[in-house]
Ligand binder design. Structure first.
Ligand SMILES: [Fe+2]
Length: 381
């Protein structure tokens, strides 16, 4: 038995933020509260949505101090301000952190604080305040998922609140909001989206419903990431990347990720390596490790990345990592952890934490013990 979750309403296209007011009204809201981060406020990226709400006669409060790694305290503050504003709808606008802040704040608007008591899966008792999610980067796919990742002050760890109540009521995808992303952010977050789709596609929990989203997500990234990287103003390439990220979000939101996320998120945070960059530099290694466990799907990935579809399936599958390396080279991304200064003595710890990540390795097509993952990391260092 399977369940497939998606988002009810997706409004998309260049200039889609101008629909924000009408969309809020269609959800029955007469007052809204928009959450974004300070850098986006400075760029004025929130203005289109705010103006549209005003035009539609929906007063909108603004909280522009979403934290990079949101703390429980910041979530409580947002919920308090939104309640004081008598908001009936929360709008998250930004990258993963602003969206995660919005998702967690909507929990505390209808459920008592502190947010820590809801860490884990489906522990939120009451339905949350409705939300609209508006991403300004193409990569995390956070707008499509029901998870909010927060940093736990006590342990310093990142913990997630996951609840079906946290799915957005609507998602607004406007590629114009992503035009200003610098090339290295475009490339690394874009590869993160590809990796979401790929890990979901080859994973144990994959179904026909997730395959449909993931294949299209990978095709869009393969088609447009080079163009988006060299010509950030190309609105069609930007649209492809934004839609790919959302499609992949639906994919992995239903299945979980795999070995690339397990290893990448196990790299010590002291190295300060962005998530997308880690996913990119580890992608060929993860693909090589997994091929034998699911050659048909890696053959499909090889074709999506540019191989011609003929000959032996396993042969074709084995060409997929090479094609990924070619793509990374075009995007000026070096392969492996060594080029980024990760020391050999950190590899055992990385392997151990990755192997212990049951949520991620549980979906990976090939199991991996700490010993196996260490051998893999050392061979690629
Ligand atoms: Fe990711």
């Amino acid at each position: 038995m399977n369940t497939f979750h998606s988002i009810n309403k997706i409004v998309y296209g260049a200039g889609a933020v101008s629909e924000c007011g009408a969309l809020a009204k269609s959800l029955g809201a007469s007052r809204a509260f928009l959450i974004t981060d300070p850098s986006l406020e400075k760029l004025g990226l929130h203005k289109g949505a705010m103006e549209s709400l005003e035009k539609a006669g929906v007063p909108c409060g603004l909280f522009a101090e979403a934290e990079l790694e949101p703390s429980a305290a910041s979530i409580e503050r947002i919920a308090k301000e939104a309640l004081a504003f008598k908001a009936e709808l929360i709008i998250g606008l930004g990258g993963g952190s602003a969206l995660d802040s919005a998702k967690a704040a909507c929990v505390l608007m209808t459920n008592p604080a502190p947010i820590e008591q809801y860490f884990g899966v489906n522990k939120v008792p009451q339905a949350c305040m409705p939300t609209i999610m508006i991403p300004t980067t193409a990569g995390t796919g956070s707008e499509m998922t029901s998870i909010s990742v927060l940093s736990d002050k006590a342990s310093g760890a990142k913990l997630g609140v996951v609840s079906d109540y946290m799915f957005a009521k609507a998602v607004l995808l406007d590629p114009e909001l992503t035009i200003g992303l610098p090339p290295h952010v475009t490339s690394t977050t874009g590869i993160d989206a590809f990796v979401h789709a790929m890990e979901s596609f080859v994973g144990r929990a994959a179904t026909s419903f997730t395959d449909a989203q993931n294949i299209q997500a990978m095709q869009l990234v393969a088609k447009s990431i080079r163009r988006a990287y060299v010509d950030g103003g190309n609105i069609q390439a930007r649209a492809d990347m934004l839609y790919a990220s959302a499609l992949a979000g639906i994919g992995f939101g239903n299945t979980q990720n795999g070995i690339i996320h397990a290893v990448g998120t196990a790299v010590p945070r002291s190295y300060n390596l962005p998530h997308g960059l880690l996913m990119a530099c580890l992608a060929p290694m993860g693909m090589e490790y997994n091929i034998m466990a699911n050659p048909e799907k890696y053959a499909r990935i090889a074709v999506i990345l540019g191989e011609e579809e003929y000959g032996d399936t396993l042969e074709l599958a084995r060409r997929a990592p090479g094609r990924m390396c070619d793509l990374l080279e075009d995007l000026d991304i070096k392969i492996g952890l060594a080029p980024y200064g990760v020391k050999r003595e950190d590899l055992p710890g990385i392997a151990e934490r990755a192997a212990a990540s049951a949520r991620l390795m549980g979906n990976n097509p090939r199991p991996g013990t700490a010993k196996q993952l260490l051998a893999l990391l050392e061979a690629h260092h």
